[in-house]
Design a protein around this ligand. Structure first.
Ligand code: AMP
Length: 243
């Protein structure tokens, strides 16, 4: 796998310890992007990867949702667009990613979920950051609806549930904080149709850009979450998941 250096330059495969960048890009530094249609398990798989590899999980949709929930200026700017299932402006999405990455709390690397979502964002990303791989979770649209409609979110701590295979112990209540489980505002039939068409029209071409650079590992997202996680790790040559 070829690795682009800062500002998009290409570094040779495996050259993570050499050159002037050696100290900065320590051996264990890992930077991934996870992509996949709604309900393909990006959040779950990112959290599983992040836990023992000490990666920071950056979910752009979660950042926007936090802003909506907390009535910030950014939240007010994106709320209606998000509820309709449309993509928010590239400037706002790029700003969120830039701000989050400049916090530099990712000593061992990061996994970005939900960005880039179109060609402009992909170009911005490639020019600004180097990455070690793109994880593409593949799920047929026929399975998406079933999963998305079963998704619940804690309105207190943001924990994700799925009534198909990760139900809470008490119906409607978060196991972690006791908060109320709600459906996401954009997990409706109408918004889902828009989001799927946004994904196929705008995000699929991003995968083509990354495929040309040989970054992409494509993983079948239909098996259970542990099996999917092990497949991701095998494809990226990472230590296997211990649970
Ligand atoms: P997600 O949680 O990834 O499904 O994202 C929820 C919503 O946040 C999307 O439907 C968009 O409205 C917005 N959003 C998240 N990431 C981006 C992005 N990279 N570009 C534009 N809009 C985004």
């Amino acid at each position: 796998m070829r690795v682009p250096g800062p500002k998009g330059g290409i570094r040779g495969a495996g050259r993570r310890d050499g050159g002037a960048l050696g100290a900065y890009y320590s051996y264990r530094m890992r930077k991934y992007v996870i992509m996949g249609v709604q309900g393909s398990g990006k959040g779950t798989q990112s959290a599983m990867l992040a836990s023992d590899l000490d990666l920071v999980h950056i979910a752009v949709g979660d950042i926007f949702r936090w802003n909506v929930q907390n009535h910030t200026k950014l939240g007010a700017q994106v709320r209606r667009t998000m509820a309709a299932g449309e993509l928010v402006s590239d400037d706002l999405a790029e700003g969120v990613v830039k701000d989050r990455l400049t916090q530099h709390d990712w000593n061992y690397g990061f996994i970005i979920d939900g960005f880039p979502r179109n060609e402009r964002q992909a170009e911005f990303f490639l020019e600004s950051y180097d990455i070690d791989g793109i994880i593409h979770l593949m799920l047929p649209d026929s399975e998406v609806r079933r999963r998305v409609m079963a998704r619940r979110l804690c309105d207190g701590c943001g924990m994700d549930y799925n009534l198909i295979d990760s139900s809470p112990r008490e119906e409607g209540r978060c196991d972690v904080c006791g908060g109320k489980l709600v459906q996401r505002e954009d997990d409706t039939e109408e918004a889902l149709a828009v989001r799927l068409s946004e994904y196929h029209d705008k995000t699929n071409p991003v995968l083509d850009i990354f495929r040309r650079k040989e970054y992409v590992v494509t993983i079948d997202a239909r098996p259970d979450k542990i099996e999917v996680q092990q497949a991701i790790r095998a494809a990226l040559k990472l230590p296997s998941y211990q649970g």
